[in-house]
Design a protein around this ligand. Structure first.
Ligand code: PLP
Length: 410
């Protein structure tokens, strides 16, 4: 028996059964569907891409997986070299894991231990004293209201979704702020001594409702992190690889730790990476085994995942994906220009993401089946009807996705 995600199993509608997938299309027994969600925002090149499939098959002929504890291999070495060269600044140190949530856990653990290590190096006794007296040990995280960083425990804690609050009587390890400059300034002023990190989904908060905010907020956050000695973590699990219209938001504002997942492998195999800069890496580097990062997911650096990730990045670069994303933004803007409906509160467009926020949750009920019958797979939630299409989508296919949304809301 399968236990499906985010569902009341007793009342859930039976899921559509997929028997094949190619390009932007999913196939059921009786329908051909444009996947407007890219399998939770990951399948940027579409399904069954011959080069991606070939990369996996070629690697499988050698070996599919060996652990990274005491062993290494060419695909993981090549991928970490590629990321080192491809990612901005000195984001050079790649810690792989099997999912975005775990990679977020690793980032938060790195930030916490970074300051513990520094305390230990400077003066072990003082660090212990501070810990016992609730002093200036930096044990807290600053995060955004409406944040989503995954479903594991620390990721849930830094997230801000009421559906997960049942897990915490009180969120003790985190302060949440809105994406407002004054709240940002205040939080640093008040809490900086306790903060080890500020974690954000930069520019676009996905699962929190496709909320969009300004680069100026991130630039100020970078300055404040520098001023107050707090690490800046960008969770680009969803925004990475062009989704916001920037290749990575990290190209514009450099974080200390970057988390990538989802599209890292073109959505072909679950894998993620936490990339640290030089300063963070140095905080763990030395002769003392106690300052090492004690973490090691069984499937970190999986050889199939690394091989397909390398091919995915190659395609992203060689086939000018940033141009494809610009085209998607232009077509989306054109198709939604002047669109108004009494049911719609706001239309939001950024890069390869479009969201129509409706006024009442009731409005989205029935939309998924309506879209299905028109040949589009959609997965609206709460008050959000949205699309994050594969970047290889053709103009007429994207127009169909958007007109399906408009027809429902008109
Ligand atoms: C911003 C962000 N971080 C982390 C995650 C968790 O990734 P995963 O589902 O691979 O654990 C998600 C998933 O949607 C996400 O959107």
């Amino acid at each position: 028996m399968i236990w499906y995600p985010y569902e009341q199993m007793k009342t859930m509608r039976p899921p559509y059964e997929i028997i094949d997938a190619k390009g932007v299309y999913l196939y059921t027994k009786d329908q051909q569907l444009i996947d407007s969600i890219s399998s939770w925002w990951s399948v940027i090149h579409g399904y069954k891409h011959p080069l991606l499939t070939e990369a996996i098959k070629n690697q499988a002929d050698h070996f599919s997986h060996v652990m990274l504890g005491g062993l290494t291999h060419e695909p993981v070495k090549k991928l970490s070299r590629k990321l080192e060269e491809w990612l901005p600044g000195d984001l050079d140190y790649c810690f792989f894991s099997d999912s975005g949530s775990v990679a977020v856990e690793v980032a938060l653990k790195m930030a916490l231990q970074y300051y513990i290590n520094r305390g230990r190096n400077r003066d072990k006794v003082l660090a212990l004293h501070n810990a016992h007296h609730g002093g200036s040990l930096k044990t807290k995280v600053l995060a955004l209201e409406h944040a989503y960083h995954g479903d594991t425990f620390k990721a849930m804690e830094v997230g801000d979704d009421p559906d997960y609050h049942f897990a915490f009587e009180e969120k003790k390890g985190v302060y949440h702020i809105p994406t407002e400059m004054s709240a940002l300034e205040d939080a640093f002023l008040k809490h900086h001594q306790e903060l080890n990190s500020f974690i954000v989904e930069p520019l676009l908060q996905g699962a929190g409702g496709m909320l969009m905010y300004d680069m100026a907020f991130l630039k100020r956050a970078r300055e404040l992190c520098d001023e107050y000695d707090v690490l800046l973590i960008f969770d680009e699990v969803a925004t990475g690889f062009g989704r916001t219209g920037y290749r990575f938001v990290s190209d514009e504002v450099l974080p200390d730790i970057l988390v990538l997942g989802k599209a890292l492998t073109g959505g072909y195999i679950g894998h993620a990476v936490t990339v640290a800069n030089h300063k963070v890496y140095q905080g763990f580097y030395g002769d003392d085994p106690e300052i090492a990062l004690m973490h090691g997911p069984t499937f970190m650096g999986n050889a199939l995942a690394c091989s397909v990730a390398l091919k995915s990045i190659e395609l992203f670069e060689q086939e000018n994906y940033m141009d494809k994303i610009r085209r998607i933004t232009e077509i989306t803007r054109r198709e939604l220009k002047g669109f108004e409906s009494p049911k719609v509160k706001e239309v939001r467009i950024m890069g390869g993401c479009v969201c129509l926020e409706v006024k009442e949750e009731e409005t989205i009920r029935g939309y998924q089946q309506f879209a299905y019958e028109r040949g589009v797979f959609a997965r609206p939630f709460l008050k959000y009807i949205y699309a994050m299409v594969p970047y290889v989508i053709k103009e007429e296919e994207l127009v169909k996705v958007i007109s399906t949304m408009k027809d429902w809301l008109s």
